[in-house]
Design a binder for this molecule. Structure first.
Ligand code: NOJ
Length: 603
């Protein structure tokens, strides 16, 4: 087809006009969206609520006392009813279970106690059919000593797998100290007589550290990640990922150096190895960038000053990380997880506010108060007495779903499960608690006192007792003998009792999840701390474009007043864990553990 000259010039004008129009529309749209500066880019994983399941403790279907994949499948409708989007499963791979699955002997198999690969496929399908995503734990700082790589590696110094791990020949003398968690002698090196050498293990001797310097190791790991992602999983939570990179000359580190460069903290030194970000960028390029999955760094040793190195979008590494500053607040130094019950709310606010500021312009954070390594949220940060358990659980849930950052919510917290308060060492199954008990014993310390600290403080088994489904024997978790005792309070605290009770903790949780989803300000909005020095109330606003919310949380068991100018802009109360709210002039009086979110009129 040919066009005459005047037809051609007319057409050119039309095209020009249409182009100008389209450019104008797009500019005006952009400026509407960007009324607020530095608004974070939108991603599904920023809007998601993640529910963490500790598979060992969720639901057992074969009576061996250990939760299994079929058990999770049987509860998928319950999980869906929570309104959450993503399930993070603690490790379910082949493992001899020295550290409950964080010691993997086969990355592409399912732990026998948990079921089969067919069960896994059915679980994944069941989740996807319901619109739920599945995130798996990726444990690649170390494997199990029963992994075939390590079995080979220890056979001889010239075995092809030797360099899959970190070995130190004994003829060079003892290697420089590195800490090993979960060992009574505290050492991260273990002597292996077969080849007269020491191997490195940052955790127990059953968890030898993989050598990321070796490109073959990295390739094996990337291949394994592809294998799971191709199966359809939706991402990874990466166990102690900052630890993968080490100075493999293993120099002596003096206390002075630790103090000067690493805030005196071994975990920071261990997390700061050379090449770390080269490895993460390589992993991103080779694997993560090829899928629309999410990635979460367990931020062991991660500092406010280093966090963006992991999650700044422009660096192409990971999506999110979680820090430990919040959950580490209130421990008394010099003791293993001894808690100060009078931890400071002012300090708590400072920590969460400063971490929010880290991600103000770039990257993205997370928010959590409990997980499988922590005591129960309500026992630690709220008040688990019958009088206040419900109010304080709801208050903490309000906090988690009204802060910026993707919320990670631990199974059982939605019904207000509490610490186990076990009285004797035989009740504890966790490798960490048992090793620490041994340390105290060797040092001739007070063992009764140690147990007391574990009850209220940090024993990880506090958060690992089985899910409380109903008030029957063993809370309907198992028909057999549970691997870890069910909390006696399952008579009062259980899913059945709360499911249809409108005022239950469980239904408040469901309401809060919904509220977050319906109000983008709670997800993407700017965070502004109010009255930072108030010792009892945590008050803040979340603002996005025309939407502004005021969040008020009383962390104490007494009534507490707060004077706020924002009161005059109050529009309506969106959620309240009490029936009433006392407001006089510009003073609000919150009842014990009261939580409210109020929408404000924007001026
Ligand atoms: C962190 C995990 O959360 C914890 O449970 C585990 O013991 C260590 N990493 C070692 O893998």
């Amino acid at each position: 087809m040919t066009l005459k000259n005047n037809e051609y010039s007319h057409m050119k004008n039309v095209i020009l006009l249409v182009t100008v129009f389209l450019v104008l529309v797009s500019c005006s749209k952009k400026s509407q969206n960007n009324v607020q500066t530095n608004q974070p880019s939108k991603n599904w994983w920023k809007e998601a609520v993640v529910y963490q399941i500790y598979p060992r403790s969720f639901k057992d279907t074969d009576g061996d006392g250990v939760g299994d994949l079929k058990g999770i499948i049987s509860k998928l409708d319950y999980i869906k009813s929570l309104g959450i989007d993503v399930v993070w499963l603690n490790p379910i791979y082949g493992s001899p279970n020295a550290d409950n699955g964080y010691d993997i002997s086969d990355y592409q198999a399912i732990m026998t106690e948990f079921g089969t690969m067919e069960d896994f496929d059915a679980l994944l399908k069941g989740m996807h059919d319901r619109g739920l995503k599945l995130v798996m734990d990726l444990v690649v700082n170390h494997s199990s000593d029963e992994h075939k790589w390590f079995q080979e590696s220890r056979k001889s110094r010239d075995n092809p797998y030797r360099d899959y791990y970190h070995w130190w020949p004994a003829e060079k003398g003892k290697p420089a100290f590195r800490p090993g968690s979960f060992e009574a002698d505290g050492s991260g090196w273990r002597y292996d007589s077969i080849t007269n050498a020491y191997y490195l293990h940052y955790f127990s001797y059953k968890q030898p550290d993989l050598n990321w310097e070796n490109p073959k190791v990295r390739q094996e790991i990337y291949n394994m990640m592809h294998w799971w992602l191709k199966k359809g999983i939706d991402g990874f939570r990466m166990d102690v990922i900052p630890f993968i990179a080490k100075d493999t000359t293993f120099p002596v580190i003096t206390q002075e150096e630790l103090d000067k460069k690493y805030e005196g903290r071994w975990d920071v030194y261990m997390a700061s190895g050379p090449n770390l970000h080269d490895y993460l960028q390589e992993m991103n390029k080779e694997v993560l960038s090829k899928y629309d999955g999410m990635s979460l760094a367990e931020g062991a040793g991660m500092l406010k000053s280093t966090a963006l190195n992991f999650v700044d979008e422009d660096r192409h590494e990971l999506n999110m990380g979680y820090h430990f500053d919040g959950v580490n607040l209130g421990y008394i130094s010099g003791y293993f997880k001894k808690m100060n019950p009078n931890w400071s709310l002012v300090e708590f606010k400072k920590i969460y506010s400063e971490w929010d500021a880290v991600y103000k312009d770039k990257g993205w954070g997370t928010i959590y108060l409990g997980n499988h390594d922590q005591p129960r949220m309500v026992s630690r940060w709220g008040n688990d007495t019958p009088e206040f358990r419900t109010y304080s659980s709801k208050m903490l849930t309000t906090f988690l779903f009204s802060m910026r950052g993707t919320p990670y919510y631990y199974f059982g917290d939605e019904i207000g499960m509490t610490n186990a308060y076990f009285n004797k060492i035989e009740d504890y199954k966790d490798i960490e608690t048992i090793a620490e008990y041994e340390k105290v014993k060797i040092a001739g310390g007070d063992l009764n006192q140690f147990i007391e600290y574990q009850k209220t403080g940090g024993a990880r088994d506090n958060g690992r007792t089985p899910m409380q489904w109903d008030d029957s024997n063993n809370a309907d978790f198992t028909t057999g003998e549970p691997w870890l005792s069910v909390n006696k309070n399952h008579n009062q605290i259980n899913v059945e009792a709360q499911d249809n009770e409108p005022n239950s903790i469980l239904n408040y949780f469901r309401d809060m999840v919904k509220l977050r989803k319906e109000n983008p300000a709670l997800i993407y909005g700017d965070y502004q701390l109010l009255r930072a020095e108030h010792p009892e109330i945590f008050a803040y606003t979340r603002t996005l474009n025309k939407q502004k919310m005021l969040v008020l949380l009383n962390f104490k068991s007494n009534n507490s007043n707060i004077q706020l100018n924002e009161v005059k802009d109050m529009n309506k109360t969106i959620i309240n864990n009490y029936k009433t709210l006392n407001v006089k002039n510009n003073i609000i009086t919150l009842q014990p553990y009261q939580a409210v979110i109020i929408s404000l009129n924007q001026r």
